[in-house]
Design a protein around this ligand. Structure first.
Ligand code: LP5
Ligand code: MN
Length: 238
């Protein structure tokens, strides 16, 4: 059966071995029969450089490389520093932050989703800063231990900032969604980031449309399966 799978927001890290086990099981079973696998960001809890010798990274790379199908990756707000060196080790193709894919006659826009959270001014300011190439080069030139400390501070800063933000501003902005779908002239959008899995019917370009949101992998897996017949959000046990 023709099917293409999408996942995001696994936040893999050594402290969560159950999620890693669930992902490896997904790769060895569910993913094997897909035409392609798209990973829409935040595969890892944090990414501080392709030179990080974390054994988890090599384990994941080997499992992805062993897949008998193409694997694509869009950066998330945690792993935007994941580079070509690691992508090659995984056999993954890096995609831009907004990508339209043609799936069984449908044009589908795929993104991580953080750029749609335009009401979260604090995050968009932060994002502009950390996406400056000169700052990224400076950060990647730092000793690994210092990078680990900075990332931990950023994670703590983020958790603290999130405590004082309303849930509403940390979701996508409806106008931003409509604008990006109009810009790409698509009727389907798949994204992650918000950890609010759902299928939202919309009206875009004067036509019925759908925004499908992937769930984070906390205690179960979440994927979107696209077939010639349908786009379906599916949750499954690890
Ligand atoms: O990630 P999450 O789910 O907690 O919240 C996100 C937004 N936060 C982030 C920050 C990331 O968690 C940090 C990850 C670091 C990984 C690698 C380090 C790379 C360094 C690169 C240097 C060039 O993305 C959060 C959103 C939320 O999603 C919902 O959309 O609200 O945004 C924020 O919280 C941003 C804050 O508003 C402001 C920034 C807080 C961090 C301050 C760090 C200061 C320490 C710097 C030390 C030198
Ligand atoms: Mn995210």
């Amino acid at each position: 059966m023709s099917r293409t799978l999408f996942i995001a927001d696994l936040h893999l890290c050594q402290e969560e071995p159950a999620i890693t086990a669930g992902f490896l099981h997904f790769l060895q079973r569910e993913a094997q029969t897909a035409d392609a696998l798209y990973i829409l960001g935040d595969l890892f809890e944090a990414w501080i450089g392709d030179d990080d010798p974390n054994p988890l990274h090599q384990q994941i790379a080997a499992a992805l490389r062993a897949l008998p199908l193409p694997v694509y990756f869009i950066h998330g707000n945690r792993d935007f520093l994941l580079g070509q060196r690691y992508a090659r080790a995984c056999g993954m193709t890096l995609l831009p932050e907004e990508q339209v894919v043609q799936l069984y006659g449908k044009a589908v826009l795929i993104m991580h989703g953080d750029t749609l959270c335009t009401d979260d001014a604090g995050y968009q300011r932060f994002r502009r800063k950390v996406h400056q190439r000169w700052l990224q080069r400076l950060f990647l030139a730092l000793p690994l231990r210092l990078r680990q400390r900075i990332a931990a501070r950023m994670r703590d800063g983020s958790k603290d900032a999130n405590q004082h933000k309303s849930a509403a501003i940390m979701d996508v902005n409806a106008q931003a969604v409509s604008a990006v779908m109009q810009r790409h002239q698509v009727q389907w959008l798949i994204h992650g980031h918000t950890h609010r899995p759902a299928t939202h019917p919309l009206l875009v370009n004067g036509q019925p449309a759908e925004r499908l949101v992937l769930g984070a992998w906390h205690h179960a897996g979440s994927m979107i399966e696209v077939t010639p017949e349908a786009l379906t959000l599916i949750h499954f046990p690890f």
